[in-house]
Design a protein around this ligand. Structure first.
Ligand code: PLP
Length: 326
């Protein structure tokens, strides 16, 4: 992967890398936060989806199509608006009204179809085929991984020495695949391990590592819905099998309560709201995960997530028995 090449400049923002004083004090080593929660649609997804959408346009796409009612859909809708390309997001009936509204504020056409995601996805494929549209996958695709990799390049521009590890959440695996691409681009593949974080009940990467094969989770029972892929990307699983090439990947799984508590503590310490999907990565620090053993510093990829607000975080905290003054 070289520098990002596209006819136009990137759609994502360069985000701050901040030294967290409270988290460093707690963990006893420097903790840096890569603040991707600040991307306009609310998550890191704009990095990869933005580049993938730009490339699709360069290749002649006349429409962008997504079947994600989550952060991937928001990123595609936002990218479509920037690129002035018509965008359709097909969501199942279960997608809440406030998400549909937010997608519309980015100029996307929202099509509600089916009871479950598979039905919405089928419709999205149909629309893409019929309209010279391109269906944007939420976590697969080399363009998306290259785009996510930009976050590592930004870290490398700011830190004088490589960090002891990069901590990131895993859903389907696109973010971690992007981090691996970024590590490769800056020559850090063998020096910087990736701590791949999930929650109990959305732990398809950990399940695959433990089983020695890519298992399918029977269902997603975690509150971290943005981590809810039932199977991890085949590419990520293969790279995990080839750590002598791709570098060390350590798997760590937080409880829902630890992930929610991490969101609350992070909001109190750093005044930024993130989803439990991101809380999983923050929890590795707050819970002093054994996966961090031997690290002399860490960078947490604060991947963010837009599907959270004060009332929903309070409700999650209540349901998980977490004190808001945590
Ligand atoms: C998509 C997403 C993830 C997981 O990313 P994958 O590429 O699916 O592994 C984690 N956190 C948030 C907030 C997300 O939107």
């Amino acid at each position: 992967m070289g520098a990002i090449s596209s006819k136009s400049s990137p759609l994502h923002h360069k985000t701050p890398l901040i030294h967290s004083i409270p988290m460093s004090e707690e963990l006893g080593i420097p903790v840096y936060l890569k603040m991707d929660a600040l991307q306009p649609p609310g998550s890191f997804k704009l990095r990869g989806m933005g580049l993938a959408c730009q490339r699709a346009k360069d290749r002649g796409a006349e429409k962008l199509v997504s079947s994600s009612g989550g952060n991937a859909g928001l990123a595609v809708a936002y990218a479509g608006k920037q690129l002035k390309l018509p965008t359709v997001v097909v969501v199942p009936e279960t997608t809440p009204e406030f998400i549909r509204d937010r997608l519309r504020t980015y100029g996307a056409e929202v099509v509600v179809h089916g009871k479950v995601w598979a039905e919405a996805n089928g419709k999205a494929i149909e629309i893409a085929d019929a309209t010279k549209g391109v269906l944007m996958h939420p976590y697969e695709g080399e363009d998306a991984w290259e785009g996510h990799g930009s976050l590592v390049q930004e870290i490398a521009e700011e830190l004088e020495t490589p960090p002891g590890a990069i901590i990131a959440s895993v859903g389907g695996g696109g973010l971690v695949l992007g981090i691996l691409e970024g590590l490769k681009a800056v020559g850090w593949l063998k020096t910087v391990p990736v701590i791949a974080c999930e929650t109990v009940g959305a732990d398809c990467f950990s399940a695959a590592v433990n089983a020695g094969e890519r298992v399918t989770l029977p269902g997603i029972t975690s509150v971290a819905k943005s981590l809810g892929a039932s199977q991890v990307s085949e590419t990520l699983y293969e790279r995990k099998q080839n750590e002598e090439i791709w570098g060390e990947m350590r798997s760590w799984v937080a409880t829902d309560a630890a992930a929610v508590k991490a969101c609350v503590r992070f909001a109190n310490q750093h005044r930024v709201l993130v989803e439990p999907a991101c809380g999983a990565a923050l929890a590795a620090v707050y819970e002093k995960s054994p996966a961090l053993e031997g690290c002399k510093s860490v960078v947490v990829e604060v991947c963010g997530g837009a599907i959270v607000d004060m009332p929903s975080l309070r409700k999650l905290a209540d349901d998980c028995g977490v004190d808001l003054e945590a």
